[in-house]
Design a binder for this molecule. Structure first.
Ligand SMILES: Nc1ncnc2c1ncn2[C@@H]1O[C@H](COP(=O)(O)OP(=O)(O)O)[C@@H](O)[C@H]1O
Ligand SMILES: [Mg+2]
Length: 223
């Protein structure tokens, strides 16, 4: 079964949505709309598909997440009160408890869509790469076993061409979507599906824009 992202223009590039039981990395430099992507994914899940959501934030406060969401008319405050959404602030120091906390929250509301924004923070705080790998692998496995859909974000540095900070996470996930910002181009923002297992996906670079109601991927000729 596929889970539509609900992001206009995106689902038709990935055979209708993201496969259940998979985890997917949304990667890009700062300000490329990784967090907005995740918020929109959860919001659409709740409003259009009756799938509850969990947003684990390691960088920003829950308050800031709600404020950004509110700019697009996504009332996260109310969704939380209704028990359709949980926003969980997670201290990135100990990756061992990440799985436990995630599963606890998922079970509490029976969430289908899980966001971890971002995993770069884990990579930054925990210097033992074996520990991170083990921890993240557990999370990936758990999401698969539970049949949920996971989105991780990863922030890459300005001058970098990597898909994540330390090049760990992109090998564990089933899908990678790269977001870009090119200040001088006609279309400033673009999206590319770098990999998505079990999916015949577009390999083009697709422009997208941010409107009053979130992201919208624009059509390209032959895309
Ligand atoms: N209401 C809005 N209208 C247009 N663009 C916005 C709006 N809100 C945020 N943005 C753009 O989105 C960017 C932040 O997106 P975000 O998802 O937080 O980035 P990331 O998580 O990749 O760092 C801002 O830098 C701004 O360019
Ligand atoms: Mg962000």
């Amino acid at each position: 079964m596929r889970v539509p992202t609900g992001i206009p223009g995106l689902d038709e590039l990935i055979e209708g949505g993201i496969e259940e039981g998979t985890t997917n990395l949304i990667t890009g430099k700062t300000g490329t709309c990784k967090s907005i992507f995740c918020m929109q994914f959860l919001y659409n899940g709740i409003m259009k598909h009756r799938q509850k959501g969990l947003y684990i934030t390691t960088e920003e406060t829950a308050t800031n997440i709600k404020r950004q969401a509110a700019r697009f008319g996504w009332d996260f405050e109310t969704l939380e009160k209704k028990g359709w959404l949980i926003i969980l602030e997670f201290q990135p120091f100990d990756v061992q408890t990440l799985t436990t906390k995630m599963v606890e929250a998922v079970n509490k509301i029976d969430a289908k869509r899980i966001v971890i924004d971002s995993v770069s923070m884990l990579e930054l705080y925990i210097h033992d790469t074996f520990e991170i790998r083990k921890g993240l692998f557990k999370v990936v496995q758990k999401i698969r076993d539970m049949g949920k859909v996971g989105l991780f974000t990863s922030e890459v540095q300005e001058e970098s061409n990597n898909l994540s900070r330390f090049g760990l996470i992109e090998f564990m996930v089933d899908g990678v979507i790269v977001l870009q910002y090119m200040g001088l181009a006609k279309y400033k923002r673009s999206l590319m599906v770098r990999k998505m297992r079990m999916t015949n996906h577009s390999s083009n670079i697709h422009p997208f824009e941010i409107g009053n109601d979130g992201m919208r991927v624009l059509p390209i000729r032959g895309g």
